[in-house]
Design a binder for this molecule. Structure first.
Ligand code: MIG
Length: 791
């Protein structure tokens, strides 16, 4: 696009007119160019729709959208205990303080739309001299704000008194070399400090790279680490917000909200416990089906049943594991949700049967937009029952997306969600196993302005401006609530809000294909973890572009433990199935996918444990080390507590430095024990992976094998094993002197154990000793105790 670059102040007054002409001409040319582009892509129907939507939206918003106009807070007057909580009375507002002795605090300044958070129980507070105490914590107040301290008087959190006018702003104090992470899906560095971000769910317009902002999923949640203490702040707010993290002022973070409520939680404790407590408020990750963790192949778009079959056949012939394959938007009839194109997918039932016989699931993309077309059942039903979102004057909100003019169900309503959820039965009847919710920010094709819904559109829970960031969340909930009645669903969503893992997985959307974006994906995923999101992943290979073999292989390796392990690419990208890179690389690619599949029992077990504890599976190194040196390690990650991955993120590189969190670690391939900072060789076929000593890892190697990584203190684990949709629990511990205790659910029969790091000569069960080879032995059903014989 031509750049408009005029410096009026350097030109004499008399020339102003000319410059203005030049200026308008440039804009005009630009507009023509864009119009031309639209026409080429969509024909003029889309252009008319875009313009008519943009005009309509602007008109409605100018009439109905109102900025906040809030009274100032005023002076502090008094503190008062009322029931279990405490009120700090100010001239114009009453701040309600609720708290729990284990480090959960809630501050409510205003009312606002009802948002999907749980009402947790709080403890009884004590109030003395304007200071609140609970458990080992105290909250005090002065003209500078609120101070949260622990029993030793150590300051954990300082929040200033908020400022209310057209925006609601809340500032927090930055102490020193603090680290900030979170805000949902952020393409920022590992420490978000020094940057400004917007929280407004937004289609990244086809392609994005590092620093692009905002993206599809935003949450007002921030983890703050300083001086060995950490807390998480979470604002109950789903509207537009901006967060300035020490950018304008080095010592302050400020959240600016354009809508109510101003209600926030501060949660403290050790990092893992913070996420457990946070998940009590926003919900715990759901339990996905086992197959969802396997390798998934996607492309925009596989165009016919025949093509899908041939791809699946090829996977089979080449012996590459494949768990699922995707249909992108072209499977639909004129992009109408809940339809199949009858020319290209007339036999979808046969197709899914064919795939099923080969252990492959079919996943289809689902759109939140419903084509405006009288006679199309979904559309007619929603119009008749008043299910679509409307403008405040009662007119249906229409806007163009793939199917041209479309309307949008108000997923914030129970009845609408129920109706929508039942529609998935049609897809299930056709044998579809999983659902991919795209465009649910919601994305809209505009001629100008914000590429989402009008701010003034009315939803059951508030105006769109107040609840925008929940649109995708409620669409996911609609599908989840229905599907989960009969199965463990697989739902992959582009947008979401706090607690989204209770309904869906999230991938990072339309990333560019580049080395720096491959690494950015890890950081974005770590920020999602810091926001409490557990089921995450990315388009392996990047969405827009075509990776060469090296980049593709490194990308596949970097994602080896991402919960979602899916290759996806854009229409114009070169084909990206494993064999497309040539014979030379096929073996490497197959081995990576096989390695992934061998870890499925462990990955599944972590997912179940995450659904119980609420702690996200992918974790930054700094969770495990208070060493300031480790704080900014941004090119490694942990999967659960026990597995560390150090991918290669630079081109033509075959070695790297790995910084290991405290303790002894095992090199996955050699069993070499390492610690601290090490250099590792990583030729193209190798992903540096380390296992923490003292852990027990479940792998599928034709049969289930539990790998025990010896430590001086013994080893133990709780492992959840998939037993056909149910989870069987296995508890195993090995004491220092080699006594094994094992308890397993009735569906788990014999268990094979492999020891690492110490030579095991034999085992004694009920007084009978047996010598073993390769540190490998079986514990038969019914045996709960045995003794190892070390060298
Ligand atoms: O406007 O369905 O992020 O994964 O392939 C683009 C087509 C719509 C965006 C998704 C991408 C998907 C594409 N979609």
């Amino acid at each position: 696009m031509p750049k408009i670059n005029i410096k009026i102040n350097t030109v004499k007054i008399g020339k102003k007119f000319n410059i203005l002409l030049l200026f308008t001409q440039q804009i005009y040319m630009q507009l023509l160019e864009e119009i031309d582009g639209f026409l080429k892509t969509f024909g003029d129907g889309m252009l008319k729709d875009r313009i008519s939507y943009s005009l309509t939206r602007d008109r409605y918003d100018s009439i109905y959208y109102k900025k906040l106009n809030m009274k100032k807070i005023g002076r502090f007057l008094s503190a008062e205990k009322s029931n279990k909580y405490v009120y700090f009375h100010f001239e114009n507002y009453d701040l309600k303080v609720e708290a729990r002795g284990d480090g959960v605090f809630k501050f409510s300044w205003t009312d606002g739309p009802k948002l999907p958070v749980e009402n947790i129980e709080f403890d009884d507070l004590q109030l003395h001299d304007n200071t609140v105490s609970v458990g080992n914590y105290s909250i005090s107040l002065d003209e500078n704000g609120l101070y949260l301290k622990d029993q030793d008087g150590k300051l954990i959190y300082q929040g200033y008194i908020p400022d209310f006018n057209e925006v609601l702003s809340q500032s927090l104090r930055i102490f020193g070399d603090d680290l900030f992470s979170g805000l949902g899906e952020k393409a920022g560095p590992i420490n978000l400090r020094g940057h400004v971000y917007r929280l407004w769910n937004h289609d990244a317009k086809g392609s994005y790279g590092p620093d692009s902002d905002p993206l599809y999923l935003n949450i007002p949640v921030l983890l703050h680490l300083h001086d060995d203490v950490s807390y998480l702040i979470f604002f109950e707010n789903a509207g537009d917000a901006t967060v300035d993290i020490g950018f304008s002022r080095e010592d302050k973070v400020t959240f600016y909200f354009k809508s109510k409520p101003m209600v926030y939680y501060v949660i403290t404790g050790d990092i893992k416990s913070i996420y457990s407590k946070f998940s009590e408020i926003t919900g715990k990750p759901y339990r996905p089906p086992y197959w969802a963790f396997g390798f998934q192949q996607s492309r925009y778009s596989y165009m016919s049943s025949a093509e899908v079959r041939s791809i699946v056949d090829r996977f089979n012939e080449l012996g590459i594991p494949l768990s699922a394959i995707y249909l992108d938007i072209d499977y639909m009839d004129e992009f109408k949700v809940f339809t199949f194109n009858s020319d290209r997918f007339w036999d979808v039932k046969d197709l899914t049967k064919y795939l099923g016989e080969r252990g492959v699931r079919l996943i289809t993309i689902m759109e939140p937009n419903v084509k405006m077309e009288p006679g199309y059942t979904i559309y007619d039903e929603a119009v008749k029952n008043g299910y679509f979102i409307k403008y405040p004057d009662g007119n249906i909100f229409y806007a163009p997306v793939w199917p041209l003019m479309a309307a949008f169900p108000d997923f914030s309503r129970n009845d609408v969600r129920e109706w929508w959820g039942k529609k998935y039965d049609f897809m299930k009847k056709n044998g579809v196993s999983g659902f991919w919710h795209d465009m649910n920010e919601p994305a809209i094709f505009v001629a100008w302005g914000d590429n989402s819904m009008a701010l003034s559109a009315a939803q059951s829970n508030g105006s769109h401006s107040e609840v925008h960031n929940l649109f995708g969340y409620y669409m996911d909930k609609a599908a989840y609530d229905h599907l989960s009645k009969t199965e463990r669903p697989f739902i992959l969503s582009r947008s979401g809000w706090a607690g989204i893992s209770r309904y869906a997985w999230i991938w990072t959307g339309d990333t560019e294909t580049s080395w720096k974006e491959m690494k950015q994906n890890l950081l974005t995923i770590l920020h999602m973890s810091a926001s409490g999101i557990s089921l995450t992943g990315c388009d392996i290979g990047g969405f827009v572009g075509s990776p060469d073999a090296e980049l593709f292989i490194r990308w596949l390796q970097s994602a080896i433990f991402y919960p979602l392990f899916r290759v996806h690419s854009n229409k114009k990208s070169k084909r990206r199935e494993p064999w497309e890179f040539g014979e030379k690389y096929l073996g490497i690619i197959r081995d990576i996918i096989k390695l992934r599949h061998s870890f499925l029992p462990q990955i599944y077990s972590e997912a179940i444990s995450s659904s119980i504890t609420g702690i996200p599976m992918i974790r930054p190194v700094y969770w495990y080390s208070s060493n300031p040196d480790m704080l900014l390690v941004d090119d490694e990650y942990l999967f659960g507590d026990s597995i560390l991955v150090a991918p290669i993120f630079s081109e033509h590189s075959t070695s790297r430095i790995v910084k290991l969190p405290p303790g002894l670690w095992y090199n996955l391939y050699s069993d070499e024990k390492v610690f601290g900072e090490i250099k590792v060789e990583a030729p193209l076929n190798m992903i540096p992976i380390y296992i923490r000593s003292g852990s027990i890892i479940a792998r599928d190697e034709g049969k289930l094998i539990l790998h025990v990584f010896h430590s001086e203190e013994g080893e133990s684990a709780k492992i959840y094993i998939d037993a056909g949709g149910e989870d069987s629990e296995l508890d195993i511990s090995v004491s220092k002197d080699g006594k094994i205790n094992i308890h397993r659910g009735s569906s788990i029969k014999a268990v094979t154990i492999k020891f690492h790091g110490v030579y095991v000569k034999g085992i004694t069960i009920n007084g009978n000793t047996k010598y073993i080879e390769d540190n490998l032995f079986e514990i038969e059903e019914g045996v709960n105790e045995l003794q190892l014989i070390f060298q």
